[in-house]
Design a protein. Sequence first.
Length: 131
Amino acid sequence: AFLFSLGFAVADIRSRTVSAGLFAAYFIAGTVLAYYSERELTDVLFCALPGFLLLILSFLSGGGIGTGDALFFILSSLYLNLSRILFVFSVSFLTAGIMSLFLIIRRKTKPLPYLAFIPLPLFLLVFTGAV
């Protein structure tokens, strides 16, 4: 999950989009992992709820919240349990918020790619041995 998030972050920073191929690779690898780890479908769907909430917010905001961010969290449900997804979501959101405040103070108005902040909490999970 960490390596995929890093790929998503790099793509998002470079072009503000993530290719369908990267999403497909993340989906295929996650499906295989979920299948062989014998995760229940209901568990995966429950873990995908934060991503579906983001997807709804993306549509309601007219794209103010990126659809790619929502899809990333939906696909992450194949890799992570709910507490880890909520941790990644919270730390990413907090980090993006802090950076946004910093940019507001510095009078920069360029929007930040949210996916760029996802590798940090995933790295923390890997570093602490929680994954």
